[in-house]
Write a protein that binds this ligand. Structure first.
Ligand code: MF3
Ligand code: CO
Ligand code: CO
Length: 252
């Protein structure tokens, strides 16, 4: 197995799937409000995919039951949407969507703020957003994957936050999770070299407290911070171009 260099035609297909993923997050935004349960949001996302001739890559993925991952507060990632999880004033929540369109995958996520959010939580969210963009700015032919993790971890640590190392970004497009693993902690000049036509996600998870996560023993998916403190994440799918990068998961 190695890192797939996508053809022009594959890139066109993946671009469309990524655009749909990004537009799904724009679509869901007005519904992400206090009092809404996360299963309701998940159903709307699935309906949106279906209306756009797509399916969700997560349904049935290693037994995952839902169309999206919805991860509030101390949930780091892979929160399973549920009727019993109701968003409330002051929450922060990540929604992660992965459509399959004409057989091609797009993957993006972002944070939503529910009502009045504490300054502490807002600052975590803004640092996580900036971490993603610092990572993206490293992308160009000849750069190393370790450059991404270096940029992200240096900034997050300088702000007093920790970086989750038990989950990574990944190649994406033809399959859901392709090589390489895109680590969010790294050393400059290490790891594989980037070439035009590579497509992968960068999706840093930034924690207020300790970096460790614990998987819910009942559902086998929900990953929470080990200390119950907040976590925030943003994710884009990125293409290596001849001169730098293109973010594929930007909405219309
Ligand atoms: N979209 C997630 C990612 O960024 C993966 C979710 S897999 C699931 O890679 F099974 F938990 F849905
Ligand atoms: Co991903
Ligand atoms: Co994702």
């Amino acid at each position: 197995m190695s890192i797939i260099i996508k053809t022009r035609e594959q890139i066109e297909h993946i671009r469309k799937s990524c655009k749909l993923a990004a537009n799904a997050l724009t679509f869901i935004e007005p519904y992400v409000k206090p009092g809404v349960d996360t299963e309701y949001l998940d159903n709307l996302i699935l309906q949106y995919f279906k209306e756009h001739s797509a399916t969700s890559a997560t349904i049935g993925y290693h037994g995952y039951p839902k169309a999206s991952c919805i991860s509030p507060n101390e949930v780091v990632c892979h929160g399973i949407p549920s009727k019993s999880i109701v968003l409330k004033d002051g929450d922060i929540v990540n929604i992660d969507v992965t459509p399959i369109l004409s057989g091609y995958y797009g993957d993006t996520s972002k944070m939503f703020l529910i009502g009045n959010v504490s300054e502490e939580a807002k600052s975590l969210v803004e640092v996580a957003r900036h971490c993603l963009y610092l990572g993206i700015q490293q992308v160009r032919p000849g750069a190393h994957f370790g450059d991404i993790g270096h940029a992200i971890s240096q900034y997050a640590h300088s702000k007093g936050y920790s970086v989750v190392y038990e989950f990574c970004g990944h190649g994406v497009g033809i399959h859901f999770h392709e090589e390489p693993q895109v680590e969010h902690i790294g050393k400059k000049g290490t790891g594989p070299v980037m070439h035009p036509g590579m497509i992968f996600t960068i999706e840093p998870m930034i924690n207020q407290g300790k970096p460790r996560v614990v998987i819910d023993s009942k559902d086998g998916w929900t990953a929470r911070t080990i200390d119950g403190k907040l976590s925030a994440q943003f994710e884009h799918t990125v293409l290596v171009t001849e001169t730098g990068y293109e973010i594929l998961t930007l909405p219309d």
